[in-house]
Design a protein around this ligand. Structure first.
Ligand code: ZN
Length: 297
């Protein structure tokens, strides 16, 4: 019996591999296409769809989702899309109405629907009302595992309605992804334990992307950017003071924003400049990497 079980298992594994291969070999566009605004959202969609759905990203790597202007070729691709997953980044408030008028069969799903938001520390966002679709709230909700857990079922339900034939697959993948997020969260709490007695560990960033992450893992985010711009001498001085008070040894920068003032500040107090890209595809790797770097300093 064990021998037969083994043979059956090998056969099943071969079939599964072939199944995967045949799916990958399908011509592009054979499955449904959906759009997301930023790369980490594509990671979420891919985890749930298992590659059965083609997911295109509106804001390409290195572009700024606060001010992005879609390319005409992207607008054409939208007309074939079945769904657009909006996450609440700023360019969406200007462009979603245009997307909707262009792509009549495309459903727009707001994945931030159930996410409670905190005020944006980016004063420019608050003043111009660009953040969180005009609310002055922090739009960076994809950098918190707890808030991603609130978005995953919304994404899964929409994918299911786009391709109901594979509903079982999507439900199973959704459950597995939610469990993976729980274990990632446990891992992050081990790296960054919340010690109520101790002073919160602080970290310095150029653009304040990590507000939700900081709140969840008992950290303090200090931002260099002021009103969306490089800080003046006065602000630079106060940032340097807090960097000393909080014993900050690392300045995190992201590719979309200037490194100039970050480098100047880092040089002033002998800190290192480290890349932390909140818009990278590999979402768990992004969170693990910044957690380790903050814990190390
Ligand atoms: Zn931002």
């Amino acid at each position: 019996m064990p021998r037969i079980t083994l043979i059956a298992a090998i056969a099943a594994a071969l079939l599964l591999t072939q199944g995967c291969r045949s799916r990958h070999a399908r011509p592009v566009g054979a499955g449904a296409t959906v759009f997301v605004s930023i790369l980490p959202q594509k990671y979420f969609v891919d985890r749930i769809s298992g590659g059965l759905i083609q997911c295109l990203v509106m804001v390409p790597p290195g572009a700024d989702p606060h001010s992005y202007e879609p390319h005409p070729a992207q607008m054409t691709l939208l007309s074939d899309a079945k769904a657009y997953f909006a996450v609440g980044v700023e360019f969406e408030s200007a462009w979603l109405p245009r997307f909707a008028s262009l792509a009549h069969n495309m459903r727009i799903i707001h994945t931030d629907r159930f996410c409670p938001k905190i005020p944006s520390v980016d004063k420019d966002d608050a003043k111009t009302g660009r953040a969180g679709a005009g609310t002055g709230l922090d739009p960076h909700i994809w950098l918190s595992p707890a808030l991603v857990k609130l978005q995953v079922p919304v994404i899964a339900a929409a994918i299911e309605s786009v391709d109901s034939a594979h509903a079982d697959v999507y439900r199973a993948n959704c459950d597995a992804f939610l469990r993976a997020i729980d274990s990632l969260d446990r891992e992050l709490r081990n790296i960054l334990p919340c010690d109520s007695g101790a002073r919160r560990k602080a970290f310095l960033v150029f653009h304040p992307s990590w507000g939700y992450f900081a709140r969840e893992y008992c950290l303090r985010q200090v931002a260099i950017e002021v009103e969306g711009k490089e800080p003046g001498p006065q602000t630079m001085k106060s940032i340097l003071d807090s960097a000393k008070i909080y014993k900050i040894h690392t300045v995190f920068v992201q590719p979309e924003f200037s490194r100039t003032s970050a480098t100047v500040i880092a040089h002033e107090f002998g800190a290192g400049v480290v890349n932390a890209d909140p818009l990278a595809y590999d979402w768990p790797a992004t969170l693990r990497a910044i957690a380790r770097k903050i814990a190390e300093q």
